[in-house]
Design a protein around this ligand. Structure first.
Ligand code: AMP
Ligand code: GLY
Length: 428
């Protein structure tokens, strides 16, 4: 098959890495890709949200399947545009992508189908948001309705937290139209975990659980990022809880989206808070998580191709269940100092080859490119994700942190505590 992967992050490198292991020997294309992906796929320099150019590329190159990594092209309708010209896509339509692109849509959808989520108010003025926060004694979470690259969520514990969130979203308009409306919701206390399901419109298959670390600093302190690391499985998700999540969250979502005329196809990602053993939806994403995908796909023993293909074509019920290794896996993101704010770019990166040769790790590139004189340099805030599995999570972490010592560039920044919640819980 000729498969086109859209995106340029660690998630897309992991997808390409997994597809490249298929016995079927696919021809892989990526747009725009990165330096790591270019070792596995032909990279075409078209931006991930340049929908019209991507459709032209897919047609000209007779692509058999398109896998869309990031949320932006999904929310712009890239799936719809590709399907309109007969190209199968792994990813939801623009309307189905509203589960992620509009938190108001997501909350109202959950309410319509009895899917457990924190009780909320929809606010479009500073006054109404402050009033909704006051009625929650200022223990609440304020969220921009639209896409804000993971930065539009403010967990508040007092009045000044609320004032700062209201100022940013409804007065300074830091997120533009994405915060025309904001959700003010109850703050849930519990343990977070993510469950991803592959969905073909009606059938769903759960992937192994995972947990990312969104905060930039150790101990989960500081501003949220796209994710500084992730591990799989998340031990809080027991087999009993998994069953409960399918019945109370995944299945009603798949049924509801169908019933409303926009069946969901692709990855349904439920960000959950487990409160006293009960799962609550914090958010839905409509695509693979980054960096959760890296440890999840490292644990997948089966070929990924039949699953993505079956989702794109509505035949997931015919696909045998995926096989997983029991060994935990972890990914630690190496970033640039200053991320998620402003950070330097263009730093030369060395030592990845040695890290992979000496340690049992795979380095997925996130923000990298090759210069004309063949140097590897950084292009983003998240630069690479070092990923390993091991008999225990602690062994997997020790492989990753030993390998990180080999990878050098200036302004390097990473968290040394990825996986700590699971390690503390298990004592492993
Ligand atoms: P979201 O993008 O909606 O998943 O929110 C980002 C992060 O904010 C989550 O991973 C949680 O850590 C936190 N968060 C979101 N909603 C809530 C909530 N209702 N209660 C407590 N924490 C929350
Ligand atoms: N790691 C969170 C996300 O992909 O949105």
């Amino acid at each position: 098959m000729r498969i086109l992967i859209i995106g340029s992050g660690g998630r897309e490198h992991a997808i390409a890495w997994k597809l490249a292991q298929s016995n079927e020997r696919h021809e892989l294309l990526a747009a725009p890709g990165n330096a790591g992906i270019s070792g596995l796929a032909e990279c075409v320099p078209i931006a991930a949200n340049a929908c019209a150019s991507l459709v032209t590329l897919a047609r000209e190159r007779n692509v058999d399947l398109v896998i869309i990594g990031p949320e932006a092209p999904l929310s712009l309708g890239l799936t719809d545009a590709l399907e309109a010209v007969g190209i199968p896509v792994f990813g939801p339509s623009r309307r189905a992508a509203q589960l992620e692109s509009s938190k108001v849509f997501c909350k109202e959808f959950c309410t319509r189908y009895g899917i457990p989520t924190a009780s909320y108010s929809i606010c479009d003025s500073p006054e109404s948001a402050r009033a909704a926060a006051r009625s929650r004694n200022h223990h609440c979470v304020l969220k921009a309705d639209g896409l804000a690259a993971g930065k539009g969520v403010f967990v508040c514990h007092n009045r000044s937290d609320v004032d700062a969130a209201v100022q940013a979203m409804l007065i300074d308009r830091t997120f533009g139209h994405a915060s025309d409306r904001v959700i003010v919701e109850d703050c849930l206390i519990g343990e977070e975990a993510s469950i991803l399901a592959m969905v073909d419109g009606s059938t769903s298959i759960l992937l192994e659980s995972s947990q990312d670390h969104k905060a930039v600093g150790e101990g989960d302190q500081g501003p949220n990022t796209g994710g500084m690391g992730a591990y799989s499985p998340a031990p809080v998700i027991t087999p009993r809880l998994k069953h409960h999540i399918i019945q109370s969250i995944i299945e009603p979502t798949v049924i509801g989206m169908r019933a409303e005329g926009h069946p969901f196809k692709g990855i349904l990602y439920a960000g959950l808070m487990i409160v006293q053993g009960e799962p609550w939806v914090l958010e839905f994403n409509v695509r693979f998580g980054d960096p959760e995908t890296q440890p999840i796909l490292m644990r997948l023993q089966s070929d990924l191709t039949p699953f993505v293909n079956a989702c794109a074509c509505g035949r997931l019920h015919e696909t045998p269940p995926p096989v997983w290794t029991d060994e935990p896996a972890v990914c630690v993101v190496l970033a640039a100092q200053g991320y998620p704010g402003t950070y330097p770019k263009g730093m030369e990166i060395t030592g990845i080859d040695i890290a992979e040769a000496v340690h049992p790790v795979t380095v997925f590139h996130a923000g990298t490119e090759r210069t004309n004189d063949n140097r590897l340099v950084s292009t983003g805030g998240r630069i690479v994700g070092v990923t390993a599995h091991g008999k225990t999570l602690s062994i997997a972490c020790s492989h990753v942190y030993a390998a990180i010592d080999q990878i050098r560039y200036s302004h390097r920044m990473f968290r040394r505590d990825i996986g700590y919640r699971a390690l503390n819980r298990q004592g492993v």
